[in-house]
Design a protein around this ligand. Sequence first.
Ligand code: IPD
Ligand code: CA
Length: 285
Amino acid sequence: MNFEIPDPSTLKDLEAVAHRVAIACGRLIVDERPAHLEVAATKSSATDVVTIMDHRSEQLAMGLLQELRPDDGVLGEEGVDISGSTGVTWIIDPIDGTVNYLYGIPWFGVSVAAVVGDAGVEGGWRPVAGAVYNPITDELCSAYLSGGARLRGAGKVRDLRFDAPPDLASSLVVTGFSYSSGKRAWQGQIASELLPQIRDLRRMGSASIDICSLALGRADLYYESGINSWDMAAAWLIITEAGATMRGFDTPYPTKRMAIAGRADLAERIVEIIAPRWDELPRDS
Ligand code: IPD
Ligand code: CA
Protein backbone atom coordinates (compact mmCIF):
# COMPACT_ATOMS: atom_id res chain seq x y z
CA MET A 1 0.00 0.00 0.00
CA ASN A 2 1.27 3.48 -0.86
CA PHE A 3 0.90 6.21 1.70
CA GLU A 4 1.13 9.91 1.00
CA ILE A 5 3.80 11.16 3.38
CA PRO A 6 3.96 14.88 4.25
CA ASP A 7 7.29 16.67 3.65
CA PRO A 8 9.89 16.65 6.47
CA SER A 9 9.16 20.17 7.67
CA THR A 10 5.43 19.36 7.98
CA LEU A 11 6.31 16.12 9.81
CA LYS A 12 8.38 18.11 12.28
CA ASP A 13 5.46 20.49 12.83
CA LEU A 14 3.12 17.51 13.37
CA GLU A 15 5.46 16.16 16.05
CA ALA A 16 5.41 19.57 17.75
CA VAL A 17 1.59 19.59 17.69
CA ALA A 18 1.44 16.04 19.12
CA HIS A 19 3.87 17.11 21.82
CA ARG A 20 1.82 20.16 22.77
CA VAL A 21 -1.53 18.33 22.84
CA ALA A 22 -0.18 15.35 24.81
CA ILE A 23 1.31 17.61 27.49
CA ALA A 24 -1.84 19.76 27.78
CA CYS A 25 -4.04 16.66 28.21
CA GLY A 26 -1.56 15.03 30.58
CA ARG A 27 -1.54 18.10 32.82
CA LEU A 28 -5.34 18.24 32.75
CA ILE A 29 -5.84 14.66 33.91
CA VAL A 30 -3.44 15.14 36.82
CA ASP A 31 -4.25 18.72 37.85
CA GLU A 32 -8.02 18.44 37.53
CA ARG A 33 -8.55 14.89 38.70
CA PRO A 34 -11.59 14.97 41.02
CA ALA A 35 -10.97 14.07 44.66
CA HIS A 36 -13.42 11.19 44.28
CA LEU A 37 -13.04 9.82 40.80
CA GLU A 38 -15.84 7.54 39.76
CA VAL A 39 -16.38 5.17 36.87
CA ALA A 40 -18.64 7.05 34.44
CA ALA A 41 -19.39 4.08 32.18
CA THR A 42 -18.15 0.69 31.07
CA LYS A 43 -17.38 -0.33 27.49
CA SER A 44 -16.48 -3.77 26.12
CA SER A 45 -16.91 -5.46 29.55
CA ALA A 46 -17.59 -4.51 33.20
CA THR A 47 -13.85 -4.03 33.74
CA ASP A 48 -13.33 -1.80 30.67
CA VAL A 49 -13.98 1.53 32.36
CA VAL A 50 -14.19 5.15 31.36
CA THR A 51 -14.08 8.19 33.67
CA ILE A 52 -15.18 11.77 33.24
CA MET A 53 -11.49 12.67 32.78
CA ASP A 54 -11.17 10.42 29.71
CA HIS A 55 -13.91 12.53 28.10
CA ARG A 56 -12.50 15.85 29.31
CA SER A 57 -9.04 14.97 28.02
CA GLU A 58 -10.43 13.93 24.63
CA GLN A 59 -12.44 17.16 24.36
CA LEU A 60 -9.33 19.21 25.18
CA ALA A 61 -7.28 17.32 22.57
CA MET A 62 -9.98 17.81 19.96
CA GLY A 63 -10.27 21.56 20.70
CA LEU A 64 -6.51 22.09 20.48
CA LEU A 65 -6.20 20.08 17.27
CA GLN A 66 -9.04 22.01 15.67
CA GLU A 67 -7.26 25.23 16.57
CA LEU A 68 -3.76 24.12 15.48
CA ARG A 69 -4.64 21.86 12.51
CA PRO A 70 -8.25 22.79 11.57
CA ASP A 71 -8.38 20.74 8.35
CA ASP A 72 -7.11 17.42 9.73
CA GLY A 73 -9.31 14.52 10.83
CA VAL A 74 -9.55 13.45 14.49
CA LEU A 75 -10.36 10.00 15.87
CA GLY A 76 -10.51 9.53 19.62
CA GLU A 77 -11.04 6.44 21.76
CA GLU A 78 -14.04 7.97 23.52
CA GLY A 79 -16.00 8.72 20.36
CA VAL A 80 -14.65 11.82 18.64
CA ASP A 81 -14.68 11.15 14.91
CA ILE A 82 -14.12 14.11 12.60
CA SER A 83 -13.11 13.74 8.98
CA GLY A 84 -10.57 16.08 7.46
CA SER A 85 -9.34 17.18 4.05
CA THR A 86 -5.52 17.11 4.41
CA GLY A 87 -4.93 13.34 4.43
CA VAL A 88 -3.76 13.56 8.06
CA THR A 89 -5.88 12.12 10.88
CA TRP A 90 -5.08 12.44 14.58
CA ILE A 91 -5.60 9.27 16.59
CA ILE A 92 -5.89 9.99 20.31
CA ASP A 93 -5.99 7.97 23.47
CA PRO A 94 -6.97 10.61 26.05
CA ILE A 95 -5.97 8.36 28.97
CA ASP A 96 -4.08 5.19 28.17
CA GLY A 97 -4.09 3.10 31.33
CA THR A 98 -7.47 4.19 32.69
CA VAL A 99 -7.57 1.36 35.24
CA ASN A 100 -4.18 2.51 36.62
CA TYR A 101 -5.48 6.10 36.62
CA LEU A 102 -8.56 5.04 38.56
CA TYR A 103 -6.46 3.24 41.18
CA GLY A 104 -3.83 6.00 41.37
CA ILE A 105 -1.08 3.76 39.97
CA PRO A 106 1.40 6.18 38.35
CA TRP A 107 1.57 4.43 34.98
CA PHE A 108 -0.84 6.06 32.58
CA GLY A 109 -0.52 8.64 29.88
CA VAL A 110 -1.82 10.38 26.81
CA SER A 111 -1.10 9.20 23.28
CA VAL A 112 -1.44 11.54 20.29
CA ALA A 113 -0.51 10.45 16.77
CA ALA A 114 -0.80 11.92 13.28
CA VAL A 115 -1.46 9.18 10.75
CA VAL A 116 -1.93 8.99 6.98
CA GLY A 117 -4.16 6.61 5.04
CA ASP A 118 -7.53 5.35 6.24
CA ALA A 119 -7.49 5.59 10.04
CA GLY A 120 -10.58 3.39 10.28
CA VAL A 121 -9.10 0.38 8.47
CA GLU A 122 -6.64 -2.01 10.08
CA GLY A 123 -3.39 -1.95 8.09
CA GLY A 124 -4.75 0.96 6.04
CA TRP A 125 -2.86 3.70 7.88
CA ARG A 126 0.62 4.52 9.13
CA PRO A 127 1.72 6.89 11.89
CA VAL A 128 3.92 9.78 10.69
CA ALA A 129 4.33 11.77 13.92
CA GLY A 130 3.34 11.25 17.53
CA ALA A 131 3.88 11.73 21.22
CA VAL A 132 3.24 9.67 24.36
CA TYR A 133 3.29 11.57 27.67
CA ASN A 134 3.41 10.24 31.22
CA PRO A 135 2.31 13.23 33.34
CA ILE A 136 3.49 11.62 36.59
CA THR A 137 7.12 11.13 35.53
CA ASP A 138 6.88 14.16 33.21
CA GLU A 139 8.46 12.13 30.41
CA LEU A 140 7.45 12.73 26.83
CA CYS A 141 8.51 10.38 24.05
CA SER A 142 7.97 11.66 20.53
CA ALA A 143 8.98 11.03 16.94
CA TYR A 144 8.34 11.88 13.32
CA LEU A 145 8.81 9.58 10.35
CA SER A 146 12.49 9.23 9.38
CA GLY A 147 13.29 11.89 11.96
CA GLY A 148 14.19 9.65 14.90
CA ALA A 149 12.61 9.44 18.35
CA ARG A 150 13.29 11.61 21.39
CA LEU A 151 12.69 11.71 25.12
CA ARG A 152 12.05 15.01 26.84
CA GLY A 153 12.28 14.84 30.60
CA ALA A 154 14.05 16.47 33.56
CA GLY A 155 14.73 19.53 31.41
CA LYS A 156 16.71 17.55 28.82
CA VAL A 157 16.12 16.10 25.37
CA ARG A 158 17.85 12.91 24.28
CA ASP A 159 17.61 10.67 21.23
CA LEU A 160 16.11 7.23 21.82
CA ARG A 161 17.99 4.16 20.57
CA PHE A 162 16.49 0.73 21.16
CA ASP A 163 18.92 -1.95 22.26
CA ALA A 164 17.91 -5.59 22.86
CA PRO A 165 19.62 -8.36 24.83
CA PRO A 166 21.16 -11.28 22.91
CA ASP A 167 18.35 -13.78 23.42
CA LEU A 168 14.89 -14.50 24.75
CA ALA A 169 16.27 -15.95 27.99
CA SER A 170 17.66 -12.56 28.98
CA SER A 171 14.64 -10.55 27.77
CA LEU A 172 12.29 -8.68 30.09
CA VAL A 173 8.96 -9.06 28.32
CA VAL A 174 5.90 -6.81 28.68
CA THR A 175 2.37 -7.86 27.84
CA GLY A 176 -1.22 -6.98 28.65
CA PHE A 177 -4.48 -8.80 29.20
CA SER A 178 -7.84 -8.30 27.58
CA TYR A 179 -10.96 -6.88 29.22
CA SER A 180 -12.69 -10.07 27.99
CA SER A 181 -12.34 -12.98 30.40
CA GLY A 182 -12.57 -15.63 27.64
CA LYS A 183 -9.61 -14.15 25.91
CA ARG A 184 -7.63 -13.87 29.13
CA ALA A 185 -7.64 -17.65 29.49
CA TRP A 186 -5.83 -17.88 26.13
CA GLN A 187 -3.47 -15.09 27.14
CA GLY A 188 -2.72 -16.94 30.38
CA GLN A 189 -1.76 -20.08 28.45
CA ILE A 190 0.64 -18.13 26.24
CA ALA A 191 2.12 -16.40 29.28
CA SER A 192 2.67 -19.72 31.06
CA GLU A 193 4.50 -21.11 28.02
CA LEU A 194 6.63 -18.01 27.75
CA LEU A 195 7.53 -17.57 31.43
CA PRO A 196 10.12 -20.37 31.71
CA GLN A 197 11.87 -19.08 28.59
CA ILE A 198 12.40 -15.41 29.50
CA ARG A 199 13.99 -13.20 32.17
CA ASP A 200 10.56 -12.17 33.50
CA LEU A 201 7.14 -10.89 32.48
CA ARG A 202 5.52 -7.52 33.28
CA ARG A 203 1.89 -6.39 32.96
CA MET A 204 2.17 -2.66 33.51
CA GLY A 205 -1.17 -1.47 32.14
CA SER A 206 -0.70 1.26 29.55
CA ALA A 207 0.12 -0.11 26.12
CA SER A 208 1.52 3.13 24.69
CA ILE A 209 3.82 3.72 27.67
CA ASP A 210 4.69 0.00 27.81
CA ILE A 211 5.86 0.06 24.17
CA CYS A 212 7.82 3.29 24.68
CA SER A 213 9.52 1.58 27.65
CA LEU A 214 11.45 -0.54 25.16
CA ALA A 215 12.95 2.60 23.66
CA LEU A 216 13.81 3.81 27.18
CA GLY A 217 15.67 0.59 28.03
CA ARG A 218 13.09 -0.42 30.67
CA ALA A 219 11.97 -3.59 28.85
CA ASP A 220 13.13 -5.65 25.88
CA LEU A 221 10.11 -7.14 24.14
CA TYR A 222 6.36 -6.42 24.01
CA TYR A 223 3.44 -8.46 22.76
CA GLU A 224 -0.28 -8.10 23.33
CA SER A 225 -3.56 -9.18 21.79
CA GLY A 226 -6.41 -6.68 21.87
CA ILE A 227 -4.88 -3.23 21.63
CA ASN A 228 -6.54 -0.62 19.44
CA SER A 229 -5.22 1.98 17.01
CA TRP A 230 -5.28 4.68 19.71
CA ASP A 231 -3.16 2.53 22.06
CA MET A 232 -0.52 1.76 19.44
CA ALA A 233 -0.38 4.62 16.88
CA ALA A 234 2.16 6.97 18.49
CA ALA A 235 4.18 4.26 20.26
CA TRP A 236 4.48 2.24 17.02
CA LEU A 237 6.25 5.17 15.38
CA ILE A 238 8.37 5.96 18.44
CA ILE A 239 9.63 2.41 18.84
CA THR A 240 10.38 1.93 15.15
CA GLU A 241 12.13 5.30 14.92
CA ALA A 242 14.20 4.17 17.92
CA GLY A 243 15.29 1.13 15.86
CA ALA A 244 12.96 -1.73 16.82
CA THR A 245 10.36 -3.65 14.80
CA MET A 246 6.62 -3.58 15.38
CA ARG A 247 4.48 -6.17 13.63
CA GLY A 248 1.47 -8.45 13.87
CA PHE A 249 1.34 -12.25 14.04
CA ASP A 250 1.37 -12.69 10.25
CA THR A 251 1.40 -9.09 9.06
CA PRO A 252 4.27 -6.57 8.82
CA TYR A 253 2.12 -4.08 10.77
CA PRO A 254 0.57 -4.51 14.26
CA THR A 255 -3.08 -5.51 14.42
CA LYS A 256 -5.72 -5.63 17.11
CA ARG A 257 -5.38 -9.40 17.15
CA MET A 258 -1.63 -9.23 17.82
CA ALA A 259 0.97 -6.51 18.25
CA ILE A 260 4.61 -7.42 18.85
CA ALA A 261 7.48 -4.95 19.33
CA GLY A 262 11.19 -5.51 19.80
CA ARG A 263 14.14 -6.78 17.82
CA ALA A 264 12.99 -8.66 14.70
CA ASP A 265 14.47 -12.05 15.64
CA LEU A 266 13.01 -11.96 19.17
CA ALA A 267 9.62 -10.84 17.82
CA GLU A 268 9.79 -13.91 15.57
CA ARG A 269 10.39 -16.10 18.65
CA ILE A 270 7.13 -14.76 20.14
CA VAL A 271 5.36 -15.66 16.89
CA GLU A 272 6.76 -19.21 17.12
CA ILE A 273 5.51 -19.59 20.70
CA ILE A 274 2.05 -18.28 19.82
CA ALA A 275 1.72 -20.22 16.54
CA PRO A 276 0.48 -23.59 17.90
CA ARG A 277 -2.40 -21.83 19.73
CA TRP A 278 -3.08 -19.05 17.22
CA ASP A 279 -6.29 -20.59 15.91
CA GLU A 280 -7.62 -20.93 19.47
CA LEU A 281 -7.45 -17.16 20.12
CA PRO A 282 -11.11 -16.10 20.56
CA ARG A 283 -12.44 -13.96 17.74
CA ASP A 284 -14.14 -11.44 20.03
CA SER A 285 -11.28 -8.96 19.82
C1 IPD B 1 -5.64 -0.23 27.81
C2 IPD B 1 -4.21 -0.25 28.25
C3 IPD B 1 -3.81 -1.65 28.65
C4 IPD B 1 -4.06 -2.65 27.56
C5 IPD B 1 -5.50 -2.58 27.07
C6 IPD B 1 -5.86 -1.17 26.67
P1 IPD B 1 -7.11 1.97 28.11
O1 IPD B 1 -6.01 1.06 27.36
O2 IPD B 1 -3.37 0.20 27.21
O3 IPD B 1 -2.45 -1.72 28.98
O4 IPD B 1 -3.78 -3.92 28.06
O5 IPD B 1 -5.63 -3.44 25.97
O6 IPD B 1 -7.20 -1.13 26.27
O7 IPD B 1 -8.40 1.21 28.09
O8 IPD B 1 -6.62 2.21 29.48
O9 IPD B 1 -7.11 3.20 27.27
CA1 CA C 1 -8.00 5.07 26.96
